[in-house]
Design a protein. Sequence first.
Length: 256
Amino acid sequence: MQNIRLIDSHCHLDFDVFDHDRSQVLQRAQDNNVTDIIIPGTRHHYWQRITRLTDKHQHLHACYGLHPYWADTHDKQDITKLDETIARNQPVALGECGLDFRTQQVDKKTQLFFFDAQLTVAEQHRLPVVIHSVRATEKVIQSIRKFKNLKGMIHSFSGSLEQAKRLIDMNFYISISGSVTYANAKTMKEVVKAIPLTSLLLETDAPDQADAKNHGNRNEPAYLVNTLSTIAQLREETLTDIARQTSLNAKDLFAI
Ligand SMILES: [Zn+2]
């Protein structure tokens, strides 16, 4: 495992659950060959934390965005704030933004409003977008089709192979989380096997989505190696090759 270098393309290191041991979490990430971590934004009042973290650590990279899960709590003014924050802090991407139709809690129209508004801001700033899509992949595709110059990643991809291919054609990377390590993740495994390695990213989505070995525990970037080994087995390729190419992909997308 010595010459392996990994990038965690999606990890919520700013969340409160890391407040008591964040430096140990970062140390374990380093010990497990995770060289860089992308921190997506979720709500406006967390953006400042992300700025503080990424200012302090060179290998942590900021995104700012409004997560669909909290669409009810976002304010229209947050779009203006997002625009200003991006102009001021030059993050590596806008996000995470998107659609989550798993829960009926948050109104679809409200989610769509914030999603489209954020795609507009991303295009204006020529920034890649980090997209959250749960049971909404068709709608997500419809929205991003309206924009000519977008690129980005679909974080923790859970759609079909056919949808993955369409997204790849639209300049999107497919990011795979620890969910792929579970025996029942049949479609996800099929996607991982079939898509080109040049379109793949790895992520933990920590503190959520721990892999099968860490089921029930708080997830953290150090566990990315477990997702890497599952993907290597599925694709019948070496850990080194997958680590190398997925890191190149992340460097390309986020310009890091
Ligand atoms: Zn996330």
